[in-house]
Design a protein. Structure first.
Lengths: 239, 499
């Protein structure tokens, strides 16, 4: 087994561990801390089912963002939906045989790669072109976009410019999952792509990517508007 | 700091325009600091404590463990910019630190520095910063330029509520001896005297007697303004401005006429002569609870069966959303009215049951619009129906008036703009901020004035009424253009026989 394979196997185990443990710890932290008061924001549903429906709209359609700003919504939604399709396409590297639904997603995944880039480009352009957003952008905001763009570009490059041995890549990934390590092709673009993905996984729990679990814990969005009907009591409030 | 005479209102534009950033435009705006006595009366250190940095970080850590909203909101922001043009203070001043995300970042950068490893290791990269004196100065300036109106929270894709951050920052500042005079002085008065204005019981009784005489002169009827009457069915808790400030007092007269016409025995309380609860503004759960507790005590003492809250925006948020937690359960109330109600709920209910009748033409000299107050619109409900807090006040207005026109849809309901004076900022030294912060509402008002000849803006908030009375003239409007919903009710309601 080559040193490269060992390094990348270790890299992915470490990145996965950081991602899973890090996010789990964050979720545990959020779940543990009480929400002493009822603070849902209008329009707040009056039933638990209503909250589920609101949250569903929020995380699939980005409803609040749509009401706020059509450009950010367009680019942001395009990016996230495209990313979801791209991730679905990539699932084929982790299963054998490939599920029917994932099979169907394959051709769309390529288009989604470009859509993802377009969304990222729009979001990044706003960080330069819109004065207000330029003002609030930090170095890490730009680096995050750079990282995602680099992942998308390197991924598309393997499809359209310098193809890699995806059968071997799949063997490597499947092997990782059962601790039976298979050789990883030494293609530079592939190595860059994988390293960047591992980096993204590793910084997830320490970065603004926490908005993904965070939104589900947001009290202004996940609380039921029933404060007069049900007495809200938590660990330290209302006792 | 600009004096009242120097404060200039920004020009009204035909269409709202997002301002170009004016860095530091409001860097001089800050409220007076509370005196030692005011702080100590609330259990806060009198002045800036010696090791304030360490104390402040400890307090932040404590709050991060008590309020889930804090770590979730501080971690989740992606700097997307959706909120950047939503704050009325930003729209009015152009100061970038009045963009909600930038305001949050004043707190977030300290959180990152002390509570996240990315901020500990790479502060520059993630925008983390030590809590220095200049950061504390910025906190005091800009967290006192947030009215906690929660408009930004409506538009944030994660529901991040800047008010929660502002309240936490104010709580941290109070804990190290940097209290804000206006709010802390008022809270002291509530504890000592029973209301924000410091109106003692005997003066209150005199005022109410005078009011009875005036209404008798006007109507020839004995419309009562009872106080501390045991055995009354309803305890009414109103903002203390309703006792003598204009136009507030006309709403109090309106409530009294509603009770008179419906034949309901009601009473005010000298112990709980304040609906407002500035504990909310300074983010203190304990203060909020002890202020609210006076209402429970008064209700039990007087043996009432219902509690009704008058026209006060943040009071209604506290009553609707928090009272049950703070001072509940309300198991001593009438099972038909098991929770505290808003005066609009009471009046609306009576109208629907046919118990009230109006001579609407008495309001025909008025063309009315309605300003949704932020705490009612975004932090409370009414009538137990979705959007009831928008429907009920408008229905009450329509019952009492013939001419009503809403302002532009993106400036009402949950999109409403703060009046510019909420959140404990209704103080003279912040006048420039208040005038400029009113700009978005004034622009929307100008549109309906031009289109429909609106000459009365009704609202159900004492702070809105006081703020608009003050800033309307800066925009060349008559200060009498603002008034209460129950002012309209009081002017048109039919008293005596209802046939």
């Amino acid at each position: 087994m080559s040193a490269l394979t060992v390094v990348y196997a270790a890299l992915f185990y470490a990145a996965t561990a950081i991602l899973v443990v890090g996010v789990a710890l964050k979720i545990a932290q959020y779940a543990r801390i009480p929400v002493p008061l009822k603070i849902p924001t209008t329009p707040a549903p009056m039933t638990r089912g209503g909250v589920v429906w609101r949250m569903l709209r929020e995380v699939t359609l980005f409803e609040s963002l749509y009401r706020a700003n059509k450009w950010i919504w367009l680019f942001g939604w395009l990016f996230h939906v495209a990313l979801a399709v791209v991730l679905a396409r990539h699932l084929r590297y982790f299963m054998d045989p490939v599920w029917g639904l994932i099979e169907i997603a394959q051709p769309f995944g390529v288009h989604a790669g470009f859509a993802m880039l377009a969304g990222l480009a729009g979001l990044w352009a706003r960080r330069f072109l819109v004065e207000r957003i330029r003002y609030i952008s930090t170095v890490s905001d730009h680096l995050m976009l750079a990282l995602l763009v680099a992942i998308a570009v390197s991924g598309l490059a393997m499809k359209f410019v310098v193809r890699t041995d995806i059968v071997a890549v799949k063997a490597f990934m499947l092997g990782l999952m059962v601790f039976d390590w298979q050789p990883l092709p030494a293609d530079p673009v592939l190595l860059v792509h994988l390293a960047l993905v591992a980096a993204l996984m590793a910084i997830f729990p320490a970065s603004k990517l926490l908005h993904a679990p965070g939104v589900f814990f947001s009290p202004t969005r996940n609380q039921v508007d029933d404060s007069r009907e049900r007495r809200h009591v938590t660990a330290w409030a209302g006792k | 700091m600009a004096t009242a005479a120097q404060v200039q209102a920004p020009p009204l534009k035909a269409y709202p325009v997002i301002p170009i950033l004016a860095r530091g435009a409001m860097a001089d705006s800050k409220p007076y600091v509370a005196s030692d006595k005011m702080n100590e009366a609330l259990g806060f250190p009198g002045k800036l404590v010696e090791n304030w940095q360490a104390k402040a970080i400890d307090k932040m850590g404590e709050l991060l463990g008590k309020y889930r909203s804090l770590p979730v909101f501080l971690d989740s922001c992606v700097h997307c910019g959706a909120c950047t043009d939503k704050c009325h203070y930003f729209l009015g001043t152009g100061d970038p630190k009045n963009m909600p995300v930038a305001r949050q970042d004043l707190f977030r950068k300290v959180y990152r520095r002390y509570f996240t490893w990315s901020g500990k290791l790479f502060p520059k990269l993630v925008g983390a910063e030590d809590l220095t004196e200049s950061v504390l100065d910025d906190w005091y300036r800009y967290f006192n330029q947030c009215s906690e109106c929660r408009r930004c929270s409506v538009y944030c894709p994660y529901g991040i509520d800047t008010a929660e951050i502002t309240m936490a920052a104010k709580e941290v500042m109070d804990s190290i001896g940097v209290g804000q005079k206006y709010s802390n002085e008022i809270i002291g008065k509530v504890h000592k005297i029973g209301n924000n204005l410091g109106l003692p019981g005997p003066a209150l009784k005199n005022t109410l007697e005078t009011m009875e005489e005036e209404v008798k002169d006007e109507t020839g009827l004995d419309v009562r303004f009872p106080v501390d009457e045991k055995g009354a069915e309803v305890l009414v808790v109103v903002p203390s401005a309703d006792f003598f400030a204009e136009p507030h007092v006309y709403s109090l007269i309106g409530y009294a006429k509603v009770f008179h016409a419906a034949g309901i025995r009601w009473t005010l309380s000298s112990h709980a002569s304040e609906a407002g609860n500035f504990g909310l503004f300074i983010g203190s759960y304990d203060q909020m609870k002890s202020i609210a507790m006076r209402v429970r005590e008064a209700a039990l003492e007087l043996g009432v069966k219902r509690i009704v809250v008058g026209e006060c925006g943040h009071a209604w948020r506290v009553a609707y959303s928090f009272w049950n937690t703070l001072i509940g359960p309300f198991d001593f109330l009438d099972a038909r009215y098991p929770a505290p109600q808003h005066i609009c709920e009471l009046t609306y209910d009576l109208i629907r049951r046919g118990a009230l009748h109006f001579d609407r033409e008495k309001n025909d000299h008025r063309v009315v619009t309605f300003h949704d107050s932020c705490n009612v619109a975004r932090g409370a409900g009414m009538g137990g129906i979705p959007g009831g807090q928008f429907i009920l006040p408008r229905e009450v207005i329509r019952a009492a008036c013939n001419h009503f026109h809403d302002m532009a849809p993106d400036t009402i309901h949950e999109h409403t703009f703060c009046c510019g004076g909420g959140g404990g900022l209704l103080t003279d030294e912040l006048l420039e901020l208040r005038v400029k912060g009113a700009l978005p509402r004034m622009e929307a008002l100008q549109q309906v004035v031009d289109a429909h000849g609106v000459n009365f803006m009704a609202t159900i908030c004492a702070i809105c009424k006081a703020q608009f009375s003050k800033v309307l003239p800066y925009y060349k409007f008559d200060m009498g253009l603002v008034g209460g919903v129950h002012q309209l009710v009081g002017d048109a309601i039919r008293l005596g026989r209802n046939d």
